[in-house]
Ligand binder design. Structure first.
Ligand SMILES: Cc1cc2nc3c(=O)[nH]c(=O)nc-3n(C[C@H](O)[C@H](O)[C@H](O)COP(=O)(O)OP(=O)(O)OC[C@H]3O[C@@H](n4cnc5c(N)ncnc54)[C@H](O)[C@@H]3O)c2cc1C
Length: 510
């Protein structure tokens, strides 16, 4: 078997792994980064468009920390959260040091932390933690791809090594310390890499259907939500995130940390989004963000629809419904309003003041693209037949809902009266919406130094973890999410490398 010796092994070349590897190389460690795919950044880290950092001032750090902990009902690990937030100010410096500038920075004044929605949108109200750094896009793509690319260059410049097409398959533990890993090259040949410390940064587990079922209760399905698995739509199909790091850590006695999928409300393809929820082919995603009537399979409302542009809340609420699905419903009058007057919510990622020929967009999806989750009917009865929504329940809901619209007060869920629009005039339109598995994250239990813990919550020497595979601890159990998680990947990458290098130096002294 081929053998390699190094100070530090990093498993995975996403934002967490690359940040850790570059930081450790800057500190003088000999680094070998093993990546199972043929390129850096995997299927996920090439996609983010912005990250978040909290100013390195005590009042900002304290307020962001308490806001986040309160958001999780103190269900998260406070030491892990504190370390992430305290080190986040280093992220912009780290990115600039790669020779990359930001497209724009949106600062959050102290009084707005915890007081309003974050600029990036889609996330909970009152959950604004810090400043938003938007990456310069690469063509029409997202700018994090450039960060990953430049980080590889930097790593090599600093003498580090990145080995593609080489998957870590197991960790080597001697006594109470990790001293290496076994990896497999594309051709099947095994490589033994020995090290003084190892950082697991291999991301989530969205592509392992068994893990999804066992640890989240969802049934994984494909882009079109085919078959009976109509419950989870993976927003990053084929990211090849199969929980390898989690399994390797558990196999040597690492504890199981919080695991879950953060939510996202999505109408499945084809014809609506590309291989990524931010690549859209038409205006359906814009419609899906609107605060119109939402019902479940029984025809019952289940949320104050003003939440419809809060992805986490919608994803969570949809997953609680029968068959884990919801329906957005509107009528011809509302459709005309979208086309002639405008939208209630405008999302900066899909900017559109007014929509263009909504009926034609629906017809194209139904008749040409064959999308099974988009509906249009002359009557409510027909719409119920098409969708399978219970007609009696739907009729009852509509009777009440239209009364709320007439009197401009939502007795049921107190929706903003400005969003109460009658559902009366055919045609009627419906979108079947699922919880999208934006990221299946967590599984590795870490402490504030990103050290991996065993089943007795004792440190496994020499073993660290960062990024999506360790992010469960940031949100509690189960982790629902709430923010763009690249801030965690970057910050934990820095922290894990700090402590791994500290350990390596001490190990050398001993
Ligand atoms: C569509 C989309 C858009 C997003 N947008 C934003 C955003 O705008 N802002 C934001 O803050 N966050 C965003 N996020 C979240 C953010 O992208 C992730 O939190 C972050 O990139 C995760 O980084 P990571 O390094 O932990 O994991 P990953 O990026 O998943 O990297 C893990 C790496 O490990 C490799 N690997 C896996 N198994 C092995 C193995 N056995 N051996 C070796 N290597 C292995 C994988 O191939 C991969 O390269 C977005 C996520 C998605 C899906």
């Amino acid at each position: 078997m081929k053998e390699i010796k190094t100070d530090l092994i990093v498993m995975g070349s996403g934002l967490a792994g690359l940040t850790a590897a570059v930081n450790a190389a800057k500190k003088g460690a000999k680094v070998v980064l093993l990546e199972k795919r043929p390129f850096q950044g995997g299927g996920v880290s090439n996609t983010p468009m912005m990250t978040m950092a909290v100013k390195n001032k005590v009042e900002y750090l304290d307020k962001a920390f308490n806001t986040h902990m309160n958001y999780t009902n103190w269900n998260a690990d406070p030491a892990v959260v504190r370390a992430w937030i305290k080190n986040s100010y280093r992220i912009p410096e780290f990115i600039k040091d790669l020779g990359i500038d930001f497209q724009m920075v949106v600062e959050t004044p102290l009084e707005k932390i915890g007081a309003e929605r974050g600029y990036c949108g889609g996330f909970p109200n009152g959950y604004n933690l810090g400043d938003y750094y938007f990456f310069k896009p690469r063509g029409k793509g997202h700018g994090a791809a450039i960060i990953c690319f430049k980080a590889v260059e930097k790593l090599r410049e600093l003498g580090g090594k990145i080995v593609f097409n080489t998957a870590v398959t197991g960790l080597i533990k001697e006594g109470d310390a990790v001293i290496g890993a076994i990896a497999q090259e594309k051709g099947g040949q095994e490589v033994k890499v020995t090290c003084k410390a190892l950082i697991v940064a291999s991301g989530g587990f969205s592509d392992d259907a068994d893990m999804i079922k066992e640890y989240t209760g969802h049934i994984y399905t494909n882009n079109n939500c085919d078959g009976e698995g109509d419950v989870l739509f993976n927003t990053q199909p084929n990211a090849q995130l199969t929980g390898d790091g989690q399994k390797a850590v558990w196999a040597i006695g690492g504890a199981k940390g919080a695991m879950g999928i953060n939510g996202h409300n999505l109408v499945p393809g084809p014809g609506i989004i590309g291989n990524n929820p931010w690549i859209v082919y038409n205006q359906i995603r814009t419609i899906q963000e609107q605060p119109y009537l939402w019902v479940n399979q029984l025809g019952q409302r289940f949320i104050n629809e003003a939440m419809s542009n809060d992805h986490m809340a919608m994803g969570t609420a949809i997953a609680r419904q029968p068959k884990k699905r919801g329906y957005l419903i509107f009528d011809e009058a509302t459709k005309r309003n979208m086309e002639n007057v405008g939208l209630d919510y405008i999302y900066h990622i899909f900017p559109a003041d007014k929509l263009l020929n909504v009926t034609a967009q629906f017809e194209d999806l139904i008749q040409v693209k064959g999308n099974r989750h988009v509906f249009m009917a002359e009557t409510i009865e027909e719409l119920c037949q098409q969708t399978g929504i219970d007609y009696a329940g739907m009729s009852e809901t509509l009777k009440r809902y239209n009364q709320y619209c007439d009197k401009q007060h939502d007795d049921e869920f107190a929706k903003n009266p400005g969003f109460l629009r009658l559902v009366k005039e055919g045609k009627f339109y419906a979108l079947r919406v699922f919880k999208g598995g934006y990221q299946a994250m967590g599984g590795i239990k870490v402490n504030g130094k990103c050290q991996v813990l065993d089943n007795n919550f004792r440190v496994i020497k020499g073993l660290y973890s960062a990024g999506d595979c360790a992010a469960g601890e940031v949100f509690g159990n189960p982790p629902i999410g709430g923010i763009g998680t690249s801030t965690i990947s970057f910050s934990q990458g820095l922290v894990a490398a700090d402590w791994a290098c500290d350990y390596i130096q001490k190990a050398e002294v001993l």
